[in-house]
Design a protein around this ligand. Structure first.
Ligand code: PEP
Ligand code: MG
Length: 755
């Protein structure tokens, strides 16, 4: 405290000594409040700790009646202490009792103290408790004094976070830090995962909070900022492909903040209160987080991420600790918790130890979600702030279908989820037993169940699930997890290895479907107003024919004379197919010229994803060998409803008359033309949707591996002609129904079709 006989550094050192003493937690806390009061020349110093019921409980005091300890409590928002908890901001008053929020607690005997200063005890931007100092005389606290108190509260945060205080809490009371939480997010990949938190970016452990030599710390901080600035400049001004996926505008924002005098001043001031450089960065970031988390302005919350990013970079710089966890430190039953994560980073982990993933950002179509699904991991996305609410190693359960993460679950909940996971595993076992049973309806109609894939890790599932083929191989996933554009030889090797891995079953390769949300970090990215309607998929291939020709060449070389099926995404008119076919023919000639074998039986197909094709089906069917319906995109374009937008996600239903009529048109036309048609969007893997598709006449569905079992079970219990007789009149109705889902659900229940 300015002018105090012992400065803040002396206080910090004393508290640190007390923290190391082998005494019980209550004695330790009592000693700490005495030290703080003495150092700040105050009559009162009290510590309130936040409990799991949201109340703040007096845990220790010097100056107030000791009998009030563990008795006095208040709600968040109640009294001055509650006000600090609600705002997460310091509060200093020379006449506390005249403040409208002042609430008198007679048992404390505080009526004789007039001035009051309190600060939140923060960790990861979350309030763990309140530290209060009071003086009998009316006095104004200086900014530096408040600053010192905030620094002191960091040590208390450490003590609370250690869990030590739980041992002195009254029976039945749980401190907030140990509170079990149910965090709502969005469902990304189905499944239940039980395990322990593994922070993808491990929290930096600050071994030393208190500085020995503030000048040295100041210099360390300046040096770290200098290095950070230089690295930002290099990232931005280096060549345009640099930065491993980081976008230029994000980097530009970070560079602005790194040069912001206010940000640096706050950290320097924190160092002057006696903290080490890293502790100062952490303290300032804590305050910023507490403030911005309460902001309702999405722009401000976005800035918080930028600031978090920078603070992390600085902390890594100062402590030399690694950015990501080494694989050998991965515990068994790991649930990865990350703000965001790239697909490649996920593949770096040992799959055998992973039980699930929780992301702060990133919904169902994020790349990491696609890869996680391929790995069969449950995923919950869009869980706000989870990385700051959990600690490494804590128990966590995730429910991918419900989109929930349960942190520090109580034992009964854990048991219930363990049971749920066992049941699920049991069902999977039943599905595995169906592996060699052909999917034939009760009236003898064979439905071909194909598998969607995109990565080498998917391939073993072909035989495990009994899929008849790989009906959709999304080649872009291989490109998305690569760090640079795969060259011809590398691509050839990849396609060859896929065909080698499933020698007895066909593979339908889809050419690169990039653009839109699928961005290759090493390829120039163009900002577009409407990326889903923009320069993507076959449009890129037609404008950059060398790219498409390279891919076709690599597929031909990889096939080396074997059968090959290729399909093109996002075709919007027959002429586009003619163009890609011309390129294909050129590549076949190239093979001849270089004395390579042509594929034995080359089949070319088109994905029906763009509604314009619904009125060119005759032309398209004349040209292609097969069709594949990309219902994810087809429905998004039919309903003009972004497939990844949470706000519109439930608005329209593919099982509506319009959706189903479009799907019927395709299967009818293909039937007339005698050309095979498969559907490879997500709806093919959902039992009720698949029932409708079979009823409409679809005989081939391609889906993620985990759906094959449930869909086969449905097919085995279905009478296809009866279902058709049921659905066709529903499609004729003119009642303007929003969806036929309920009708179909009732039908399935009545007929005992397992869904
Ligand atoms: C689709 O659009 O339905 C499809 C299968 O392709 P993707 O999901 O890869 O866009
Ligand atoms: Mg698509």
């Amino acid at each position: 405290m300015a002018g105090a006989p012992a400065g803040p550094r002396v206080l910090l050192r004393r508290i640190r000594e007390v923290m190391a003493e082998p005494v019980n937690a209550q004695t330790r806390l009592d000693k700490i409040v005495i030290q703080i009061a003495a150092n700040m020349v105050a009559e009162v110093c009290s510590v309130y700790v936040l409990r799991d019921d949201g109340r703040l409980e007096l845990f220790a005091t010097e100056g107030l009646n000791r009998t009030a300890v563990h008795l006095t409590t208040m709600r968040s928002g109640e009294g001055l202490v509650g006000l600090i908890a609600a705002t997460a901001q310091p509060l200093a008053l020379s006449d506390a009792q005249s403040h409208p929020s002042f609430s008198y607690k007679p048992e404390t005997g505080e009526e004789i103290y007039h001035s009051f200063v309190g600060v939140p005890i923060l960790r990861g931007g979350n309030t763990l408790g309140i530290l209060v100092v009071q003086n009998r005389a009316q006095r104004t606290y200086l900014d530096e004094e408040i600053e010192d108190l905030q620094t002191t509260s960091m040590l208390l945060a450490e003590m609370i976070a250690s869990g030590e205080l739980q041992s002195i809490a009254p029976a039945g009371t749980v401190i907030a830090l140990r509170k079990s939480l149910t965090l709502k997010g969005s469902p990304v990949a189905d499944g239940v995962g039980l395990g322990h938190v593994v922070l993808h970016e491990p929290r930096i452990v600050i071994a030393q909070l208190v500085a020995e030599d503030p000048k040295k710390e100041s210099a360390r901080l300046d040096e770290a900022i200098k290095v950070l600035r230089a690295s930002m400049d290099e990232l931005i001004d280096g060549n345009e492909h640099q930065g491993a996926g980081e976008h230029r505008d994000v980097l530009e924002t970070l560079r602005l903040i790194v040069n912001d005098p206010g940000w640096m001043r706050r950290m320097r001031e924190a160092v002057m209160t006696g903290l080490t450089a890293e502790a100062a960065v952490e303290r300032v970031q804590n305050d910023t987080r507490a403030r911005l988390q309460r902001s309702t302005d999405p722009y401000m919350r976005e800035r918080l991420h930028d600031l978090d990013d920078l603070a992390n970079r600085l902390l890594h710089q100062l402590t030399g600790q690694p950015f990501v966890r080494a694989n050998d430190k991965l515990p068994e039953n790991a649930i990865l918790v990350a703000r965001t994560m790239g697909a490649a980073a996920l593949l770096d982990y040992d799959r055998r130890k992973l039980r699930g993933i929780v992301l702060e950002e990133g919904g169902g179509s994020s790349h990491v979600a696609i890869v996680a699904r391929a790995l069969g991991l449950p995923v919950v996305g869009d869980v706000p702030n989870i990385t700051n609410l959990v600690e490494d190693g804590e128990a966590i359960i995730i429910d991918g279908a419900a989109g929930e993460a349960l942190v520090r679950p109580p034992a009964d909940l854990e048991a219930a989820y363990a049971e749920k996971a066992r049941l699920r595993a049991g069902r999977q076992e039943q599905y595995r037993n169906l592996r060699d049973t052909p999917a034939v309806t009760s009236d003898g109609v064979t439905i071909d169940l194909h598998m969607n894939a995109g990565l080498p890790v998917d391939l073993p599932h072909v035989n495990e699930t009994g899929a008849v083929s790989i009906g959709l191989f999304r080649t872009e996933l291989l490109f998305m997890v690569a760090s640079k554009f795969p060259r011809l030889e590398e691509q050839t090797r990849l396609y060859k290895s896929i065909l080698d891995a499933v020698p007895d079953k066909p593979v339908t390769f889809r050419t690169l479907d990039i653009g839109g949300d699928k961005i290759l970090p090493y390829m120039r990215h163009y900002e577009e107003e409407n990326p889903a309607l923009g320069w993507r998929a076959v449009r890129i291939g037609l404008d950059r024919p060398a790219l498409l020709r390279y891919q076709l060449r690599a597929m031909f070389l990889g096939a080396a004379g074997r059968d090959l099926r290729i399909m093109f995404p996002m075709v919007a008119e027959a002429a586009e197919f003619d163009s890609v076919k011309d390129l294909t023919l050129l590549e076949l000639e190239h093979l001849d010229r270089h004395c390579h074998k042509r594929p034995r039986n080359l089949q070319l197909g088109v994905m029906i994803e763009v509604p314009s094709l619904l009125w060119q089906l005759d032309e398209i069917l004349e040209r292609v060998d097969f069709l594949s319906v990309g219902s994810n995109d087809l429905m998004q374009y039919l309903f003009a409803s972004d497939r990844d937008n949470k706000r519109t996600a439930g608005r329209f239903d593919a099982l509506s008359p319009s959706g189903l009529r479009a799907l019927k048109l395709i299967v009818d036309k293909a039937g007339e033309a005698g050309k095979p048609v498969t559907l490879c969007g997500e709806m093919g893997g959902k039992p009720l949707e698949a029932l409708a598709l079979v009823a409409l006449g679809y005989r081939g569905l391609s889906m993620s591996p985990s759906s094959i079992g449930p869909i086969k079970a449905m097919v085995l219990g279905l009478d296809a002609s009866d279902a058709r007789a049921h659905i066709l009149p529903l499609l004729e109705r003119r009642d303007g129904a929003h969806s036929l889902r309920d009708d179909l659900q009732r039908y399935a229940e009545e007929k005992g079709v397992p869904l």
